[in-house]
Design a protein around this ligand. Structure first.
Ligand SMILES: NC(=O)c1ccc[n+]([C@@H]2O[C@H](COP(=O)([O-])OP(=O)(O)OC[C@H]3O[C@@H](n4cnc5c(N)ncnc54)[C@H](OP(=O)(O)O)[C@@H]3O)[C@@H](O)[C@H]2O)c1
Length: 212
C-alpha cells in the first residue's frame, strides 16, 4: 500500500504534483483554503484521479505537501499538521511573495521558519527546486543515467526516508542533503535551484553549495 498524499495548494505546483502522484499510483487529496466544493470541478478537470477535499482532510494524509505561496504560511493549521510528515515545496521569492521580515530578518532558512511555526510536524524540504512545468516532463525510470535528482533536507530520518521513497516513485532520484538547515543549499539564488542535475552531480553540490 502506498501512503496517501495530501496536497495543500491547487495552483501550478500543487496540480502538477497531484497529476504526477496519481500517475505513480498514489491516492491523492488536494485542497486550497477554500471549501472543497469550490475546487471540485477544477480538480476533476485539471487533476483527474485526485480528490478535492478540505484542507484539514488533506492534512490528515500520510504524507502532506505544502504548495502554497510562502507568505501565506501562517494560514496553515499547525494543529492539523501535528505529527505529520510534511514536504515544504515552498520558496521565499520576494518578487512574488513581497518582502517579509519573517524571512529577511531571520537567519534561518525559510523551511526552518515554517517548521518552527508548525511546531509539531516533521518538515522535509524538497520539490522546491524543480519548475512546475518540469515535474511531469523530467521524470525517468530508476537506473536511467540521465535521471534528474531532487534534494531532500530534514531533521527526522524516518520522515526523510518516506519522502525519498515518494520522490523515487515520482520518477526522480532523491539526494539526502542533511538536516533541515541544509536546505539553504537549494533555496532560490543557488546553483541547485537554478539548474538540473543527476544524483552524482547533486551529491557533489550539496556538499559544496555554490551561489547561482
Ligand atoms: N512555480 C513553480 O515552478 C514552483 C516550483 C517549485 C516550488 N514552488 C513554490 O510552490 C509554492 C506554490 O507555488 P505555485 O506557483 O503553485 O502557487 P499558485 O499557483 O499561486 O497556487 C497557490 C495555491 O495555494 C492555495 N492556498 C493558499 N493558501 C492556502 C492554505 N492555507 N491552504 C491550502 N491552500 C492554500 C491557493 O488557493 P486559495 O488561495 O484559493 O486558497 C492556490 O491554489 C510557492 O511557495 C512557490 O515558491 C513554485
Amino acid at each position: 500500500m502506498h501512503p496517501t498524499i495530501g496536497i495543500l495548494g491547487a495552483g501550478r505546483v500543487g496540480t502538477a504534483l497531484a497529476r504526477q502522484a496519481v500517475k505513480a499510483g498514489y491516492r491523492v487529496r488536494i485542497a486550497t483554503a477554500q471549501p472543497a466544493a469550490d475546487i471540485e470541478l477544477l480538480v476533476n478537470i485539471v487533476t483527474p484521479g485526485a480528490e478535492a477535499v478540505e484542507a484539514s482532510e488533506a492534512a490528515a494524509s500520510d504524507l502532506v505537501i505544502m504548495a502554497i505561496p510562502l507568505h501565506k504560511y501562517r494560514t496553515l493549521s499547525p494543529a492539523d499538521l501535528t505529527g505529520k510528515v510534511v514536504i515544504d515545496a515552498m520558496n521565499y521569492w520576494a518578487p512574488v511573495d513581497g518582502v517579509h521580515d519573517d524571512f529577511e530578518a531571520d537567519a534561518r532558512t525559510s523551511s526552518e521558519v515554517v517548521a518552527a511555526f508548525l511546531g509539531g510536524s516533521h518538515v522535509v524540504k524538497s520539490l522546491n527546486h524543480i519548475g512546475y512545468h518540469e515535474m511531469e516532463e523530467d521524470d525517468r525510470p530508476a537506473g536511467d543515467a540521465s535521471r534528474r535528482a531532487l534534494a531532500v533536507a530534514g531533521d527526522d530520518p524516518a520522515a526523510k526516508e518516506l519522502v525519498q521513497r515518494f520522490i523515487d516513485r515520482l520518477g526522480y532520484d532523491a539526494v539526502d542533503a542533511g538536516p533541515l538547515a541544509a536546505g539553504r543549499a537549494f533555496q532560490p539564488a543557488t546553483a541547485i535551484f537554478t539548474g538540473s542535475y543527476t544524483a552524482p552531480e547533486l551529491h557533489a553540490l550539496v556538499r559544496h553549495p555554490l551561489a547561482a
